[in-house]
Ligand binder design. Structure first.
Ligand code: ADP
Length: 518
């Protein structure tokens, strides 16, 4: 029988398992949602044991659907929701509390306190941000210099600290070496190996806000600042490489676990963006743009974060990342709150019913604006309304806003990296919309390339694992598998685009600062 690579995709709302063959074809797939807990406004939790049991369940299901046994699986690659923090007991394997999900804002207040703090003496002068000026770097700048990230509740660091501060007995046990921390892939590998392997990969480590992306070590200064014991942290390993074997009890035999990467980085890999300057955008609920910047971490001046894309054979590849909070979610808003459409795909023909948005712009800044604006007080607006604007125009303007927001981040990436974009690779739910993809190509004035298989996240994990065990020889094999679905080429005259972009810039400005108290 054939052999496959198993991709375990531990997402935010559901877990999936996909079995790929050598051509990168999906041969079997199973998926299951799991429970989300919202114990207080702004808090988001999950049950780590449920994450594990549903993921194991879909893995067994995907195998049994095609009668595959452990001998038919050459390796397992894992991709995961990033930043979510799990802390568990090394001996019993029991999580000490629910997993704190990346979306959870419970540590926002603590992050504000940190931002206002003077940089501790032991951290002064250690910033790679230092530009030679006399003034002391702020703590925000020091942390950004070390980790590439903005000091925010989004990343794992302050979530771990919260657990140590609030779960009874956790700090003492952690200091005694009895507790372990992991992001979701670490937890899954630990479970699959029955507690033998405690490891993370560079891409996930770089999202914790505890990892120095220049020295490639856990950062002792930040650990001291947050009072997090070093002994809780996993070993950091290549994104492609054998971490260990699954315990034989799960799949009826041992399988090598040979790859791991955070979901957005895995998508970049799955899109075969191996060259410096290559960019992908995922149009999901939110939008995530990543640009491969090669072996140099590029410091952003435009509100992007610097992150590790992956590491293979000890060679680290970096990326610039820009997140758009509301992308496909704006289409859900049209459907669920505005009730202008019955289903998301309907937006395509509705937008095509009118030649343009009739001067109307929708800025979906529902939860503030992410990159490159970073305005938590921005709120959504619809501007340019005249008596002739109808629902078709508003639907069209909403779709157009996804393209404009993407363009804003792309231009920031080009500026930061000093690289002219050569085209955009796309995936995610809303990339199925042909109107949107054509408009995106028009707005950026570059080709937009949509692959045949938009399961790029799982493919990335599969490729990382398959490369490690020799299932695929090298990136040429991956390029050979990367089948293009459709390429959208720019059609609209440049002057027309410039006129529309000017309107968008003006519209975005109306959303700034809206929720700020006077
Ligand atoms: P996530 O992984 O964040 O859950 P998906 O990649 O599954 O997201 O994409 C779902 C999003 O894509 C939803 O917000 C939905 O509104 C949007 N979407 C799905 N299909 C279309 C379409 N044909 N046109 C526009 N938006 C779409």
């Amino acid at each position: 029988m054939k052999t496959y690579i198993m991709a375990l995709d531990a997402g935010t709302t559901s877990n999936r398992c996909i079995l790929f063959d050598h051509e990168g074809t999906i041969c079997s797939i199973a998926q299951k949602e799991f429970t989300q807990y919202f114990p207080k406004p702004g808090w988001v939790e999950q049950d780590a044991d449920e994450i594990w049991s549903t993921l194991l369940g879909v893995a067994v299901e995907a195998m049994s659907k095609i009668g595959a046994t452990a001998e038919n699986i050459a390796a397992i690659g894992i991709t995961n929701q990033r930043e979510t923090a799990i802390v568990w007991d090394r001996k019993t394997g029991m999580p000490v509390c629910k997993a704190i999900v990346w979306q959870c804002r419970r540590t926002a207040g603590y992050c504000d306190e940190l931002s206002a703090m003077e940089t501790p003496s032991y951290m002064r002068g250690t910033s790679s941000d230092s530009d030679g000026t006399e003034s002391l770097p702020s703590l925000v700048d020091v942390i950004r210099g070390k980790t590439g990230l903005v000091l925010d509740a989004y990343f794992s660091a302050t979530k771990i600290r919260w657990i140590l501060e609030h779960v009874e007995g956790a700090r003492e046990k952690a200091e005694a070496g009895e507790l372990l921390f992991g992001t979701v892939e670490t937890w899954i590998i630990w479970k699959l190996t029955k507690g033998r392997i405690h490891v993370t990969d560079y891409s996930n480590a770089s999202r914790t806000m505890l990892f120095n992306i220049h020295t490639l070590q856990w950062d002792e200064d930040i650990l001291r600042l947050l009072d997090i014991p070093r002994c809780m942290l996993p070993r950091v390993a290549d994104s492609s490489g054998i971490y260990g074997m699954t315990d034989a009890s799960y799949f009826g035999g041992e399988i090598p676990i040979a790859g791991a990467a955070g979901d957005q980085q895995a998508a970049l890999f799955g899109q075969a963006c191996f060259g410096r300057g290559e960019v992908k955008n995922t149009y999901g609920t939110g939008g995530f743009l990543l640009m491969n910047t090669g072996n140099t971490p590029v410091k952003s001046k435009s509100g992007l974060v610097t992150t590790i894309a992956w590491s293979i054979k000890g060679r680290v590849t970096y990326a610039l990342e820009g997140s758009i909070f509301v992308s496909g979610a704006a289409i859900q808003w049209l459907r669920d709150e505005m009730r202008l459409i019955d289903s998301a795909p309907d937006t395509e023909w509705i937008a095509e019913r009118v030649p343009d948005s009739n001067g109307c712009y929708v800025v979906p800044a529902f939860t503030g604006l992410g990159a490159p604006y970073w305005d938590p007080y921005a709120r959504g607006c619809i501007v340019g309304l005249t008596r002739g604007v109808n629902k078709y125009h508003i639907v069209r303007a909403t779709l157009e806003s996804l393209a404009y927001q993407t363009n804003d981040v792309l231009r920031a990436m080009e500026k930061d990296a000093g690289i002219r974009l050569a085209g955009l690779k796309v995936d995610g739910g809303a990339s199925a919309n042909n109107f949107l993809m054509q408009y995106q190509a028009d707005v950026i004035g570059q080709n937009v390339c949509r692959p045949q298989c938009i399961e790029t996240t799982a493919m990335g994990a599969a490729y990382l694992a398959g490369l490690a065990v020799g299932y695929w020889e090298g990136t040429e094999d991956i390029h050979a598998n990367a089948k293009i679905g459709r390429v959208f080429t720019p059609q609209m005259p440049a002057e027309e685009i410039a006129r529309r972009l000017k309107g968008w810039d003006k519209a975005v400005r109306y959303s700034f600062g809206w929720a700020k108290e006077e």
